[in-house]
Ligand binder design. Structure first.
Ligand SMILES: Cc1cc2nc3c(=O)[nH]c(=O)nc-3n(C[C@H](O)[C@H](O)[C@H](O)COP(=O)(O)OP(=O)(O)OC[C@H]3O[C@@H](n4cnc5c(N)ncnc54)[C@H](O)[C@@H]3O)c2cc1C
Length: 396
């Protein structure tokens, strides 16, 4: 049997031989490769890298091979991840299906559903959106009103979903729908998969404060959905929803701690804008302490993210860690954004004016956008309530 050390060496050799040089640079948002029917590549190298990873099932290294995944053990997947990081290889594919929906479907889906949907996620053929929130159901998600009526051979869906990330660019959406109006709130909800090309589905983009059009309001108007698109049992979708939210929170805490930050090294930025004193230190005592505190907290979050990631790979997860880390890492990103603006002084005041550099404008836009991180996947206030109850076992 292949030893784990040989596996590491073979993996490293393969990555060196197959990952183009241009795909070993820190990733920037505009160059991420998202899956889907409208998938596109900004350059040939990105396409090649994606196809090579896809063909080995390494876009989803630990998913079973019968669904197109890499079939790796948790230890092997960890090694692949370590080797990719060491060589600076970019993730070959980005998709909500990979991070959130796929893991939940592997847990709750029927064999037929797994055969149908999992390989398309691995191969980046279908892009998934999340249809949970509604105009009056965010934190209190169980009060959702989008309804699916049983029409014999299909469900008829009517209602609207809010904040659907990239809804207009997605192919399918997993939705929470009300299937029993009389049952207590959480017990009348089902988990339904809807092809967004179905007649009656409309995803309308909304402009954010930073000018991005990343979110949609999604409308369902007499949408016919086949019965076999129900995941889990009728009226028991809340369990699937909760499992998926767990994957979402973990993804958010890991991403905000270890993804490459576009704004670059904050110490170098501070030196550039604030300058150095005669002893070569940053010429602002108070800023120096704030920066040190930020760097210490960020390092703590990064180490905890690594711990969480490794717990996932080993299959023994401390639920409290994911809950706490999502709260801490998203708050820390916002501290960093505030600090960056303070460092930049009056250079951090605009995002339109041509007298400001591209990176200055981008930093200000990121500051505005990153406010969303303490809202998405459950707000910080809700997160603190959950930590109090589940991680600390405090009375409600
Ligand atoms: C970047 C981003 C991406 C998103 N993507 C998606 C997506 O793809 N699909 C999707 O379905 N949804 C998505 N959402 C929606 C997200 O899940 C909701 O915004 C979130 O759950 C909060 O709901 P809400 O916006 O309705 O706020 P509300 O629930 O109305 O909350 C408003 C304020 O009241 C506070 N609050 C509410 N209840 C309590 C309480 N019990 N105790 C203390 N404070 C409370 C909240 O913390 C918040 O500060 C996304 C949101 C963001 C920001």
């Amino acid at each position: 049997m292949e030893t784990i050390e040989k596996f590491r060496l073979d993996t490293r050799d393969w990555l060196i031989a197959n990952c183009p040089e241009s795909q070993r640079q820190p990733i920037i948002k505009d160059q991420q490769i998202w899956g889907g029917r409208r998938r596109s590549f900004y350059c040939e190298d990105a396409k090649l890298w994606f196809e090579r990873m896809r063909d080995r099932g390494w876009t989803a290294p630990s998913w079973p091979t019968q669904y197109g995944g890499g079939g790796m053990s948790s230890e092997q997947a960890k090694i692949l991840d370590q080797e990719m990081k060491a060589l600076g290889c970019r993730p070959a594919l980005y998709d909500i299906g990979l991070w959130m929906f796929g893991p939940a479907l592997l847990e709750y889906g029927t064999e037929e559903q797994k055969q149908e949907h999992i390989p398309k996620i691995v191969r980046g053929e279908i892009r998934w959106a999340q249809g949970y929130s509604e105009p009056s159901a965010g934190s209190d998600l169980a009060s959702l009103k989008t309804r699916a009526e049983d029409k014999g051979d299909h469900f008829l869906v009517n209602g609207t979903k809010m904040w659907t990330t990239q809804g207009d660019k997605s192919d399918w959406i997993f939705c929470l729908v009300r299937t029993d109006n009389d049952a207590p709130k959480q017990q009348g909800i089902s988990f339904l998969l809807i092809d967004m090309a179905t007649e009656g589905v409309l995803a309308r983009p909304m402009e954010l404060i930073n000018g991005d059009l990343e979110f949609c309001q999604t409308f369902f108007d007499d949408v016919k959905v086949p019965k076999n698109n129900l995941v889990g049992k009728l009226n028991e979708g809340w369990s699937v929803a909760k499992a998926l939210l767990k994957y979402e929170r973990n993804m958010m805490s890991i991403m905000s701690s270890i993804v490459e930050k576009e704004e670059g090294d904050i110490v170098a930025i501070a030196k550039h804008y604030v300058g150095l004193d005669s002893s070569g230190k940053l010429a602002n005592n108070s800023l120096r302490s704030q920066l040190t505190e930020h760097l210490m907290r960020a390092q703590g979050d990064a180490l905890n993210a690594l711990r969480l990631y490794q717990q996932h790979k080993s299959g023994v997860v401390d639920g409290g860690l994911g809950l706490t880390l999502k709260y801490l890492s998203t708050s820390e990103q916002q501290h960093k954004d505030e600090l960056l603006l303070a460092i930049m002084g009056n250079r951090g005041l605009s995002w339109h004016d041509p007298i400001f550099s591209k990176s200055e404008k981008k930093t200000v836009k990121n500051w505005a956008y990153n406010k969303a991180h303490t809202i998405a996947g459950g707000t910080s206030e809700i997160q603190l309530n959950i930590i109090a109850k589940k991680a600390l076992q405090l009375p409600s």
